[in-house]
Design a protein around this ligand. Structure first.
Ligand code: 2AM
Length: 218
């Protein structure tokens, strides 16, 4: 197939088409703007600032960079474990360049990252590496695809790989029976607090995001 003749990319993933990128960025900005003003958020500000009195502007706090995408496999040009094997999966070759409809089902915010959870369909899961969740000890028993997300922004000095780890952390808490504290019914959905600056907004209406399965080289 076409991939074998090329050197391995930095990563494979679904790249959101540009029309929906704007929509997702706007929704995320709206959410951060609203979260900022909630009393419940202010009560836990110390999670973000380290100081109780200090204010935080979440839109400034997180830096966004690059095209919005959902990484399937981080290959690091072949240096990452399992990179070559992933690129040889028949489905990866067959579906390279195809457009899928991703479902963004939740937004989450931590003191490190802001991201959107992606709920993958069975058809999309064929492109998901079997070990993505197993890399994280506390998440090893979560269903395949639990880590799927779109990074929307990172705090200063934080690498994007952190977004998926933050999502797994929240999902592992849920799996462990921690319900979180239902804070508010917002227009976008219900907002839950999981302690230590971890916020999850389950979207009332998931965002349908057309995205092209492809790869990225820098
Ligand atoms: P992200 O998927 O959370 O955004 C380039 O750095 C891309 O590969 C980013 O999109 C980044 O995170 C993802 N990435 C970097 N290191 C990774 C790793 N060790 N495991 C999984 N994804 C990684």
């Amino acid at each position: 197939g076409p991939i074998e003749e090329m050197s391995l990319p930095l990563y494979f993933g679904w790249f959101l088409l540009s029309s929906v990128q704007d929509k997702v960025r706007c929704t995320s900005m709206d959410f951060l703007k609203t979260l900022d003003t909630l009393e419940a958020f202010k009560k836990h500000l110390i999670d973000f600032t380290g100081k109780a009195e200090k204010e935080v502007d979440l839109e400034q706090y997180f830096q966004a960079k690059g095209t919005l995408h959902c990484t399937t496999k981080f290959c690091d040009y072949g240096k990452a474990e399992g990179a070559k094997e992933y690129a040889q999966i028949p489905a990866v070759n067959d579906l390279y360049g195809s457009v899928f409809e991703l479902s963004l089902s939740a937004l989450f915010v931590t003191p490190r990252t802001v991201g959107a959870r992606v709920s993958l369909t069975e058809e999309q899961l064929v492109l998901w590496p079997a070990d993505a969740e197993k890399e994280v000890e506390s998440a090893a028993s979560l269903p395949l695809g639990s880590r799927a997300h779109v990074t929307l922004g990172c705090a200063e000095g934080v690498e994007p790989v952190q977004t998926g780890l933050d999502l797994l952390d929240i999902l592992a808490l849920q799996q462990g029976g921690q319900q979180g504290e239902l804070v508010e019914e917002m227009e976008l959905g219900s907002l839950t607090y999981y302690g230590e600056g971890r916020w999850l907004l389950s979207l009332r209406e998931p965002i349908c995001a057309p995205a092209c399965f492809s790869s990225f080289y820098e």
